[in-house]
Every structure is written in C-alpha cells, then in structure tokens.
Design a protein around this ligand. Structure first.
Ligand SMILES: Cc1cc2nc3c(=O)[nH]c(=O)nc-3n(C[C@H](O)[C@H](O)[C@H](O)COP(=O)(O)OP(=O)(O)OC[C@H]3O[C@@H](n4cnc5c(N)ncnc54)[C@H](O)[C@@H]3O)c2cc1C
Length: 497
C-alpha cells in the first residue's frame, strides 16, 4: 500500500499499516518528514514550522494511544499551565487557560461574570462528544460498516447532544443568555479561529465545546522537549522498524487506477531525480483534498465528487514570524503561549521557547508569532512586489510584538517571515493553505468530507477530514482511514482488536 505525504497524518497511517505487517511505502516530497509539524534549523536555533503545542498526550489521548500501540514511549514533554494566555487587546486583564478545571472555572467567573450556564453546557456537550469519539466511530459513513461503527458508538447522551449538531457556538451563547457579553464573544472568536478557522457564529457547537476545553485536565496541551520533529521521528522509526519504507524527496505528480489497484507517479526533488512508477492495491492520501483534482485523471473523478472537491472552501494561509530575542528582554514570567487580538496585523498567536528545551542557546529564546492571512495572490506576485510585501508585513508584526512584549528593535537577534508562498513550497499545500476546511456546522461531523472516496482503493486522511486540524486530530483521521481500508480488505486493524 502507498501513503502519500509524510506529515503526522501520513506517518501515523503508514506506521499503523506497517505494524500490521502490511507492505507500505510512504512517499514524501520534502527532504524531511513532519510537514506542518516539522522544524527547521537556522544556525544555533531550531524553529517549529507550524504546530507548537501538542494535544492528545494524556492517557487515552490520540497520540498516547497510537504511540503505545506502536510500542513507543511518549515523547518528553512538559504540560502547559496555563495552556495559553489570551489578551483581548482592549486593555482588560489577560485570560489564563489554567490546566486545573477548578482554577479555570474561577478564572471564567472573574473574567466573564454570568457566563457559567454557557460553560456548563459546553462541558456537557464535550463530555458526551468525548465518550462518543473515544469509541472510534466513522462519523462520515459511506458504507454499512462505517455506519455500524457509528451506531455502536451512540449512547442516549450522544443522541441528546446530537440535537445540537446544527448549532454554532454563538447559538449556545444565545441559548444561555450570554449573547451580549462582548468580552466573552471576543475571547471565543479569538480562540475558535485558532482551532476551527472560524469565529463563534461559524463554529459548530459540538466541535467548539471540545476545543474550548483542550487545555484543562483530564486533557491538556504540551510543549515537546527538543522540537516538534520528535513526533515525526518516532513515527518514522516505527514505520521502518516494522519493515515499512519511507521515500523522502519523492513528489507525487499523478495517480491513476490500474488493473492491480493504483499506479502512482513520482518525480524526485533531489539532483538527478527521475520519474518513477509505484504500484499498490490501495493509496492513502494525506494531502489537502484540493490536490486530488490535479493528481487524478479528470475522467476518473465522478462528476459529483469533482464538484465537491472544486467547491471546497479555501482555508486560510498564515504569516509566521520566526525570531530570536535575548531572554532577559522578555517580560518576567512570560508564558510560553500567548494570543492577542489586534486589528493590524490581526490576531497574533505567539510561542516562546523555554531555557533548555533544545530550541535556543541559554539566555536566548525563539519567538514564533503567527497570524492568519488569506492565501490570496501570494504565490503569483512578481519577486520585487513579493519581497516588498513581505518586508512590510514583517515590520508590522514586529512592531506589534515590540509594543505588546515591551521589546525594542535591539533585542531581536534574528527575524524572518514565512508567507503562504513559503508554506506552499515547504508543505506542498496549494497556495500555502494551512489548517483544514474550517469547522462550520455545515461541514462538521457527518457533513464533512469522507475518508472513503468514491474511487475504490483511494482513502483520505489529514486535517481536512474529521475531526479536523491539529496533530492530535490528524492522528485520528489516519486511524479512521486505516480501519476502513483494512475492513475493505476483510481484515481488522490490530489497533481495534
Ligand atoms: C502556523 C501553524 C500553526 C499551527 N499550530 C498548531 C499547534 O500548535 N498544535 C497543533 O496540534 N496543530 C497546529 N497546527 C496544525 C497542524 O500543524 C496540522 O493540522 C497538521 O500538522 C497537519 O498534518 P497533515 O499530515 O494533515 O498535513 P501536512 O503536515 O501538511 O503534511 C502533508 C505532507 O505531504 C507532503 N506533500 C505535499 N505534497 C506532496 C506530494 N505531491 N507528494 C508527496 N508528498 C507531498 C508535504 O511535504 C507534507 O510533509 C498549526 C499549523 C500551522 C500552519
């Protein structure tokens, strides 16, 4: 079998298949695995390209379950407490997302008086969601078997929370009489945009209720020791130990159904690279589904499926500033992860390395600040215009960070900016789109894109599939694709035995 893409989704899928003795080859365009959860080095510094916080490392969490199944230890990581500190940018006191649920409840009461009914409803929905998701249902059923997994995961409380399937988080606010609390709404808009690509009135209530509780026990957010690359390295090691193959610098250019299943064509991205053909019974593709239109022969894509693929909403792009400052220039007790609402350049999410975490020499700190931006025309700009725009955006972001963190120009030892054009080059994502499809009620859960495609033997995973973006989310999407594929072959993935 072939897995396309060596981000966390593709690596997890390949590791699960290899563990079950399946001959699997993973094809990755880049010279290293990891994709949006990879890292790059600049002199003495290591920067996490995209993901900086990890969920799913708690007992029963998605990464923890998979790593345990693969016989791997959990990566060294420290729990984030607070998971994030959110500054609404209106001069009011910042909000700390404490790990202890009691402390977080006290913080909520102080910050958003009168909102407890809203939080209790979120907690109720989350508890029911979590128990349902823990039974590994295929929530976008396209076969009787998929449907049977869904039925088996249902409980009376799931059916009750199912009544909220078409609700948004803003609907929940209204239901609880909190619709006029402007501070709460701003806080929710900022946080939800990070996890669902959408604000409160466009985020599915069932999804939002869970992501709003990711930082609290018994869940949590972690900072990996070393770098984010550790996660990909562990999964790569599991693939190779189990006899699977990882082919780096192999960019998939086309795939088509053949008598034996699928033929996949790659071109190498190194010197002297040649086109190569690969044959497999099944293909799991972890690239954004928008890529399929270019990879598949047009007459092989059923008309309605093509229509679905070509009308998918365009996810955002990101501008990411990778910087280094003297640690002493940062505020005392500066939290590791912060978010701030600003008009220009837009809501900033900042991750700061810790002394001894492997990312910067002692006395220095890496500062990674990201802001969403439309993918727009970044990939088409003439070089001078592109460079000009890049310099201007870097200046705006730095200016905002200086004002917020009390830094001066002299405190910066290094800065560079990645744009959608950079992300398109690094991750192969069309136009540099990041994140998934957005968790609007019309696209969440059963209304989302299915891992089982209408083309036999072609399966999808990644952050456009249920349950959505984030390394913990794409891990579950990979598990789903593997279970469906194995069932289709009359087998059962050992993970579920
Ligand atoms: C700025 C930013 C911040 C983020 N912060 C967090 C965070 O703090 N926590 C969190 O959990 N998540 C975060 N995320 C989201 C998270 O990184 C992603 O959802 C997740 O890593 C996506 O994994 P994936 O495997 O689905 O896709 P990708 O990581 O995009 O992997 C796809 C892989 O396919 C390869 N590829 C592309 N085209 C081809 C081709 N034609 N042939 C072969 N290979 C190809 C790419 O090189 C890449 O390695 C962030 C993302 C970004 C961009």
């Amino acid at each position: 079998m072939i897995v396309i893409g060596g981000g966390i989704a593709g690596l997890t899928a390949a590791a699960l298949l290899a563990q079950d003795g399946i001959a699997v080859t993973l094809l990755e365009a880049h010279h290293q695995a990891g994709g949006c959860a990879g890292t790059f080095r600049r002199g003495p510094w290591i920067f996490d390209v995209g993901a900086t916080q990890v969920a799913g490392l708690e007992p029963g969490g998605s990464h923890a379950r998979i790593l345990q199944h693969l016989g791997l230890a959990l990566p060294k990581a420290s729990l984030l407490d607070p998971g994030c500190v959110v500054d609404l940018g209106d001069g009011s006191p910042p909000i700390s997302l404490w790990h202890d649920p009691k402390r977080w409840a006290e913080e909520r009461v102080r910050q958003f008086p009168g909102s407890e009914r809203f939080w209790q409803l979120c907690e109720l929905l989350h508890t029911s969601n979590w128990a349902f998701a823990g039974r590994d249902p295929v929530v976008t059923p396209r076969s009787w078997w998929d449907f049977s997994t869904l039925l088996a995961a249902l409980r009376p409380e799931t059916l009750a929370s199912g009544l909220f399937t078409t609700f948004s988080i803003a609907n929940l606010l209204q239901l609880c009489g909190c619709q006029n609390d402007k501070r709460l709404r701003r806080f929710l808009d900022l946080q939800l945009k990070l996890y669902s690509q959408e604000p409160a009135d466009r985020t599915a209530a069932l999804y939002g209720a869970t992501v709003l509780q990711m930082a609290q026990a018994p869940l949590g957010l972690w900072h990996l020791q070393g770098s984010m690359q550790v996660l990909s390295e562990q999964l790569s090691q599991a693939i190779e130990t189990a006899g699977g193959e990882i082919r780096l610098r192999h960019r998939v250019q086309a795939m088509h159904p053949s008598a034996r299943g699928w033929t996949v064509t790659t071109t190498g991205t190194g010197a002297g690279a040649q086109a190569q053909e690969w044959h497999a019974s099944d293909v799991i593709c972890s690239l954004p589904p928008q890529c399929l239109v270019d990879l598949l022969p047009s007459d092989e894509i059923p008309h309605r499926y093509r229509q679905r693929l070509t009308t998918l909403p365009e996810p955002s792009g990101a501008l990411v500033l990778y910087g280094v400052v003297q640690r002493k220039a940062l505020p005392i007790d500066c939290p590791g992860h912060l978010q701030r609402g600003t008009e220009h350049p837009g809501s900033l999410f900042v991750s700061i390395s810790r002394d001894g975490d492997g990312r910067a020499p002692l006395g220095q700190a890496t500062v990674i600040a990201s802001v969403f931006t439309p993918t727009a025309d970044w990939c088409e700009l003439e070089e001078p215009v592109y460079q000009g725009r890049k310099i201007e955006r870097l200046k705006t972001m730095k200016h905002e960070l200086n004002a917020w963190l009390g830094l001066s120009e002299d405190d910066w030892i290094h800065t560079e900016l990645a744009t959608p054009r950079g992300f398109a080059g690094w991750t192969g994502r069309p136009r540099g789109m990041v994140g998934g499809l957005g968790q609007h009620p019309s696209r969440f859960g059963p209304f989302g894109l299915a891992g089982r495609t209408p083309l036999p033997g072609l399966w999808l995973c990644g952050d456009s599939l249920y349950p959505g973006e984030g390394t913990a989310g794409v891990t579950l999407s990979a598990l789903n694709a593997c279970r469906q594929l194995m069932e289709h072959r009359g087998l059962q993935l050992s993970f579920n035995r």
